[in-house]
Design a protein around this ligand. Structure first.
Ligand code: OGA
Ligand code: MN
Length: 315
């Protein structure tokens, strides 16, 4: 296996790795090292089945099924799997989905900067996308390096943020999409609270933990926290901090959700865009409700504490 950097800062192409069979121990370790360092790994000309993709990634940790089971309740999909997510604008009959089809809207939701699972109590560690069909124009996936975003903060802001947590809320994204959830689903995914600066256990690097679902900052009023979140996200996603992946069918991209944000770019929804996603669950966080440990304890996984919805704004 060979690793060739794609940009000056992060992202690399992996050559001579066969994804059609589970990784050997040496391949496993080499991939973990590479993704710790480069955060985004690209493999080309991989025509793997959903089963091969699943089998390969399961060598890297328990696969997430909760998100997919949740999606399965919202929209019928063709794949019939609890672990493979249909990242496409294709409906259950295998036709290009209507613009207001749930399947289409869920994928438009991916156009806002996020880290998979940051707004659920069971975040993802790795996500692996395999491209089956892609439009000729648009539909790129972009990645922003949260480690560089941290390193570029001035010392004062870094100090300010290191003592604070942020609430990440799925409903905040859904409101943005114009989705009005029925009241019975409100308690399903309450906001999740994470430290805003975290240390990645593999690279030892600190990351600035932001994204579109960030809707409240501890110690600040809701409006002030949202203005800060917007500012931080803008800085983290400056173009020089972004790697753009232009898809070809057969491409596979593996990324570490602890190190990068990502988003899908717009494309003509009349054209078919079909990718499959499999993700591993991060540990610690999947244990459920925890008290926020001291800063030095944040070295593995994503400790968290759940609480109710952000306080309503009173005027
Ligand atoms: C994802 C995702 C973006 C894209 O699969 O988790 O956010 O470009 N995808 O489809
Ligand atoms: Mn995503």
């Amino acid at each position: 296996m060979r690793v060739v950097p794609l940009g000056e800062r992060f992202a690399a192409e992996v050559l001579d790795l066969d994804l059609t069979r589970p990784p050997t121990a040496a391949e496993h370790d080499a991939v973990v090292d590479a993704v710790d360092r480069y955060a985004v790994l690209v493999l080309r000309d991989q025509r793997i089945s959903a089963e091969q993709q699943t089998a390969w990634l399961s060598g890297f940790g328990p696969l997430d099924s909760e998100v997919q089971r949740y999606f399965n309740r919202l929209a019928a999909n063709r794949l019939g799997s609890d672990v493979v997510t249909d990242i496409s604008n294709v409906d259950a009959r295998s036709d290009v989905a209507a613009r207001l089809d749930r399947q289409t809207i869920m994928n438009i939701g991916n156009a806002f900067w996020h880290s998979d699972g940051s707004h659920y109590h069971h975040p993802f560690r790795y996500s692996m996308l395999a491209a089956v069909a892609v439009p000729a124009l648009g539909g790129e996936t972009e990645f922003a390096d949260l480690r560089a975003a941290h390193d570029r903060l001035d010392a004062r802001t870094r100090g300010f943020l290191s003592a604070r947590t942020g609430a990440f809320w799925s409903a905040y994204n859904r409101i943005r999409l114009g989705i009005i959830d029925p009241p019975q689903t409100h308690g399903l995914y309450p906001p999740v609270e994470w430290p805003l600066i975290r240390r990645h256990p593999g690279s030892g690097r600190d990351v600035l933990w932001v994204g579109q679902p960030l809707c409240q900052v501890s110690g600040l009023s809701v409006p002030e926290g949202r203005a800060l979140a917007s500012d931080l996200l803008e800085q983290a996603t400056e173009r020089e901090n972004v790697h753009v992946h232009r898809w070809a069918a057969g491409d596979v991209v593996l990324w570490d959700n602890r190190s990068v944000l990502h988003r899908g770019r717009r494309f003509d929804l009349a054209h078919r865009r079909e990718l499959r996603r499999v993700g591993t669950k991060d540990d610690v966080a999947s244990l459920g409700v925890l008290d926020m440990p001291s800063r030095t304890d944040l070295n593995d996984g994503f400790p968290l504490r759940l609480r109710g919805a952000p306080e309503p704004l009173r005027t």
